[in-house]
Design a protein around this ligand. Structure first.
Ligand SMILES: [Zn+2]
Length: 382
């Protein structure tokens, strides 16, 4: 398992890399579709693979509550359970514990919360979050972190950042001690899970820098930038990212959690990010809003009633090769399940086409120009 930095853009901080994981290779910059409950909603693993996706994201909080991480481990691990044989990254559960669970109570050693499903009581600490992810057999596990809301004052951001670093240290200890224990991990995942640390610090440059420095001492295989895309304006997000990036280890993959729209991904790649995940392409598609090379398209709009064009004339996904906007609009108007599937298939395909385009532009040394052209086309309107 390794990360190779293949090239860096001469004009920006953009990077072209290759991450080799237990279940396969991820070319970076990469976009990870979100498979919250061991499924990318509405699609089969084959369909997700056909979109070009090389790695998925799974949600630890959801899988811990249902069907249970120990059950998944006994059933052979998350890959076998959901029949996806490529790499999987799992989040730490932290975000959902704070945003979704009921009555969460944060303590110095962890978080007590009630399940959003049945109200049952649970306690998550760094050790638990790490063990759950090892039991799932993730290729990449995330360190358990705390969430700094936006806006937050300096004192709160510092407290959260210091706590996240202390927790990352505990995660790293468990990960180093137990990741090779056959009692703890599914048969196909023994000793193969990487642990990524998460940089916090709110919008404060000195806290971000300190977070990078203290986390780097743990010498983890990769690092994520967390606590962004939590409601701050996108310019603020990009400013913080630009102030954080110089302090991240150069030769390790960098993952910007929860970002974003195509425009945001382009800007973040320019600022040195290698990996992304976001629910937007899948969640919006199920509501009838898809991403195209010419911007967003809301399929329910009446203007598409007689439109025989595909969603995106520049897209070669199965949806665009086969079906018209008029038909998709009809499916959504009639509440047919196929509409959700076709829209999801297209949007995921578009995101993978976008990151493939970024990679090609980096390989040919024309990222800055390609980015300008792509942004101009996105602004044209579908
Ligand atoms: Zn398409």
């Amino acid at each position: 398992m390794s990360f190779e930095l293949l090239s860096t853009d001469p004009e920006t901080r953009a990077r072209r890399g290759r991450l080799t994981l237990a279940h396969g290779v991820v070319e970076t910059p990469a976009f990870m579709p979100v498979g919250t409950q061991a499924t990318v909603k509405t699609l089969t693993p084959d369909e997700v693979r056909a979109s070009g996706a090389q790695i998925l994201l799974g949600n630890t909080y959801h899988l811990y509550l249902r069907p249970g991480h120990e059950r998944i481990r006994r059933l052979g691990g998350l890959h076998r359970f959901m029949a996806w044989d490529g790499p999987i990254l799992t989040d730490s559960g932290g975000y959902q514990v704070f945003s979704l669970a009921r009555l969460n109570k944060i303590r110095e050693d962890g978080v007590a919360f009630q399940s959003h499903l049945d109200g049952s009581r649970h306690f998550f600490d760094p050790e638990t979050a790490t063990r759950v992810q090892l039991a799932l057999g993730s290729d990449i596990a995330m360190a358990f972190d705390t969430l700094t809301p936006y806006p937050s004052d300096y004192a709160r951001a510092r407290l959260d950042m210091e706590r996240t670093t202390a927790w990352a240290r505990r995660c790293a200890e468990v990960w180093r001690a137990e990741s090779r224990d056959p009692e703890r991990v599914p048969a196909d995942g023994a000793g193969k899970t990487l642990l990524f640390g998460i940089v916090q610090g709110g919008v404060y440059a000195d806290l971000r820098k300190e977070s990078c420095r203290t986390l780097a001492e743990l010498d983890l295989p990769g690092y994520a930038v967390g606590g962004l895309a939590v409601g701050e304006p996108m310019e603020e997000c990009m400013r913080v990212l630009a102030e954080t990036e110089p302090f991240l280890p150069v030769l390790k993959p960098r993952y910007l959690m929860g970002v974003g729209r195509p425009e945001d991904i382009l800007e973040a790649v320019e600022r040195g990010i290698d990996m992304f995940d976001c629910v937007l392409p899948t969640r919006n598609a199920r509501k009838g809003s898809v991403f195209t090379s010419r911007g967003k398209l809301v399929i329910k709009n009446a203007t598409y009633t007689d439109d025989l064009r595909p969603l995106d004339p520049d897209c070669d996904c199965p949806t665009c090769r086969t079906f018209s906007r008029a038909y998709l609009r009809h499916l959504f108007a009639a509440g047919e399940i196929l509409g959700l599937r076709l829209a999801t298939q297209h949007s995921l395909h578009y995101y993978q086409t976008l990151v493939r385009g970024i990679r090609t532009a980096l390989e040919t040394g024309r990222f800055a120009a390609w980015k300008r052209e792509t942004l101009a086309r996105l602004a044209e309107g579908a």
